[in-house]
Design a protein around this ligand. Structure first.
Ligand SMILES: [Zn+2]
Ligand SMILES: [Zn+2]
Ligand SMILES: [Zn+2]
Length: 173
């Protein structure tokens, strides 16, 4: 196996995979050696093409990461959204069922099945978390009241929208 290492080519000055450690220029640059006008012109053209190709690749990678971040965010929001609505349903249920003592629920059922579900620690935990989240949201709304443009979330959303339309303008495909 030939050992290839990434070295900065002495001609194009780009990091290139160079097979031979004794060679300081890449394979592409080896084709345009020479100081005659034709070689010089080919050298400039090739270097421009190389840099352009790398820029396009870097931009594509950045765009891909950006889109994946959006997709991930959407999935995450959907997952949390459905969990939240499930917990909300459990909470409204928890208001109808509470132990009233001697094994009787406030729904007047002895050994109430709903009460058994609601009494699971995980469920109690989730309901408590939901109440915390709602209290926090309320506090945030009160704090942001009247100065919405300073809200970090609003700023972030505006930035995202601007970024997207700028990208659409630059890349109308
Ligand atoms: Zn090179
Ligand atoms: Zn070169
Ligand atoms: Zn009950």
């Amino acid at each position: 196996m030939i050992k290839r290492s990434t070295l900065r080519c002495r001609c194009c000055e780009l990091p290139q995979l160079i097979a031979d450690a004794n060679v300081s220029i890449c394979a592409a640059c080896n084709e345009h050696r020479g100081v005659d006008p034709i070689s010089t012109r080919r050298r400039l053209e090739t270097h421009l093409a190389m840099v352009t190709e790398r820029l396009v690749a870097a931009r594509a990678a950045a765009d891909k990461a950006y889109d994946e971040r959006d997709l991930y965010k959407k999935k995450m929001h959907a997952a949390y959204g459905s969990r939240e609505s499930a917990v909300r349903r459990l909470r409204s249920l928890s208001r109808l069922h509470e132990p009233r003592g001697s094994g009787v629920c406030i729904c007047r059922t002895r050994g109430c099945a709903s009460l058994a579900v609601l009494d699971v620690p995980w469920v109690r935990d989730m309901i408590r978390k939901l109440e915390d989240i709602e209290a926090q949201r309320e506090a945030e709304e009160r704090a942001a009241d009247g100065r919405d443009e300073w809200s970090v979330m609003a700023w972030d959303a505006t930035y995202d929208a601007e970024e997207r339309s700028a990208r659409r303008r630059a890349d109308p495909a």
